[in-house]
Design a protein around this ligand. Structure first.
Ligand code: FES
Length: 508
């Protein structure tokens, strides 16, 4: 079974051409996921001339590879924001996400989008005595904010629940169907979309000059960077303020009743659950096994672990789909949305959704479209990337110490002298003092790539579940042939014989 998200397989979407000419636009949006396409929708509805470019397909990244939960319940978050900041900030975060949820429902209704949108309660639970206090604290803060929520000592799940909190009237849907439909509306509203168009260079000006990999120039008064990890940094060091995390999802044929609701636990190992009915499918989605990118256990098959869990707890037996997703976590749990830094007034960023990209991505679209059309938004201060705690938290310092350790240990590691490689196997080989990753595919074709990350030079780690090279420093990922799967790296890995990798931080 090929690893691919059910959402992506369930909705083909339209094909959009690659950019093959120079253009001028009022607003260029880089990234065709939920923040980019929703921003394009809101702006084009107001008559702004928008252009969206994506390095791959629309909704081909994380927006199409999540669990499709549309909720303002983001595990334990409101008590964390209150203790990091205050109740007012936690309330503002809730109001923004609740407004996003309602906006998505009204867009779906207004445009008759068939995406299995369904209102349901969302639950955060624990099976451990150690986390009961966290749930109690979260419930107390949620009540103080005024959220429609309830506390539970048990749930209708075959699990040993110790405590849970539910938010009423949340939602789940098929994210790819939603975004594909929204993209078509953007075109009808006068916008343009180009796929397979990678941006290589930004020259910041009043009329920004943006250049594609093929050398075509886009002049844009406003530039919105909604490319998951920002491809352009504006000297704002986003790569050091974002922690990349990977998690895994399986979708099984559902043969037994599953309660109406979406569920996620607090403790480790992480578990997230929902059902899906549509297009003749009746599925139970089970996700979890999160780990920092490049820090997974090579000997573990995370899909098998989730399958065993699902069989044991829910008795289902056929895995129909499996996929994984990469999330970018901010240092203080709040995404970075707004002007890319305090100096720039026509370049915007949306990143760090910390696993809750459906509503947070829509919040990004609300804020950025307001900033572009009126210069103001009611939530701009809550999410501004220029807030001081996004740089100065203990987590930020810890994360960068981790980066330094990874860099040094990568330099000291010795390669494997054994070069006999089986089909489907990867080995590190040292050739003329340089470590390479050698992978042989099912047909016996050998790929040998330089495993120095092309972002800042950390040594890459092999991810056996996804057959990818993952960077433990800032989360870049490459396929076994060396192509970039996830930034911040922009250059591919070179194969043996092509010379050293082009290391380019792309922060200027
Ligand atoms: Fe920064 Fe690899 S992503 S060094």
């Amino acid at each position: 079974m090929e690893n691919e998200a059910y959402w992506i397989l369930s909705s083909e979407g339209k094909n959009y051409e690659k950019l093959k000419k120079d253009i001028t636009t009022e607003c260029l949006i880089v990234g065709g996921g939920i923040p980019g396409i929703t921003t394009a929708y809101l702006l084009s509805k107001k008559g702004v001339k928008v252009t969206v470019v994506d390095a791959g397909k629309i909704c081909g990244g994380c927006s199409g590879r999540n669990t499709g939960k549309v909720t303002s319940q983001h595990n334990i978050i409101y008590s964390k924001i209150k203790s990091e900041y205050n109740l007012k900030k936690a309330k503002s975060y809730y109001e923004a996400n609740n407004k996003a949820l309602n906006l998505m429902e009204s867009i779906i209704k207004e445009n008759n989008i068939d995406c299995s949108f369904e209102r349901l309660p969302a639950y955060t639970f624990t099976e451990s005595d150690d986390y009961i206090k966290d749930i109690e604290d979260e419930f107390e803060v949620c009540k103080a904010i005024g959220i429609d929520c309830e506390y539970h000592k048990s749930l209708p799940l075959p699990l040993n629940i110790k405590a849970a909190i539910s938010f009423n009237k949340q939602a789940q849907f098929n994210p790819k169907k939603y975004i594909d439909a929204l993209a078509e509306i953007v075109i009808k509203q006068g916008g343009e979309i180009y796929e397979n168009t990678t941006i290589k260079d930004v020259d910041k000006r009043k009329l920004n000059k943006i250049t594609s990999e093929d050398g075509y120039v886009i002049y844009a008064y406003n530039l919105v960077i909604a490319s998951h990890h920002p491809f352009y940094d504006g000297m704002s060091f986003y790569f050091a303020r974002l922690e990349p995390e990977r998690s895994y999802i399986i979708a099984m044929n559902k043969t037994k009743d599953f309660p109406k609701g979406m569920f996620i636990n607090v403790e480790s190992p992480s578990r997230t659950l929902r059902s899906y009915e549509g297009d003749g499918e009746n599925l139970l989605l089970v996700g979890g096994e999160k780990h920092r990118v490049g820090k997974g256990d090579e000997d573990k098959n995370y899909y098998d672990i989730l399958e065993s869990y699902a069989k044991e707890k829910f008795g289902e037996d056929e895995v129909k789909y499996k996929w994984s997703a990469q999330d970018w976590l901010s240092t203080d749990h709040i995404p970075y949305i707004g002007y890319i830094n305090a100096e720039f007034d026509n370049i915007y960023v949306a990143t760090g959704f910390s696993k809750w990209g459906m509503t947070n991505g829509t919040v990004a679209a609300m804020i950025i479209s307001d900033l572009i059309t009126s210069g103001d938004d009611e939530f701009k201060e809550t999410f501004t990337p220029s807030r001081s705690k996004s740089y100065l938290s203990k987590e930020f310092i810890k994360q960068n110490v981790n980066v330094a350790v990874e860099y040094i240990s990568g330099m000291l590691r010795c390669g494997d002298k054994e070069v006999s490689i089986e089909n489907g196997e990867m080995k590190i080989v040292r050739i003329k003092g340089v470590d390479y990753g050698a992978f042989k595919d099912e047909n016996g074709k050998l790929f040998i790539v330089n495993i120095k990350c092309t972002h800042l030079g950390c040594e890459l780690r092999w991810n056996n579940c996804e057959r990818s090279w993952d960077c433990p420093c800032h989360g870049s990922r490459f396929d076994y042939m060396g192509n970039v799967l996830e930034g911040p790296a922009i250059n591919p890995l070179k194969s043996y014989g092509e010379g050293p990798n082009k290391v380019e931080p792309n922060i200027l």
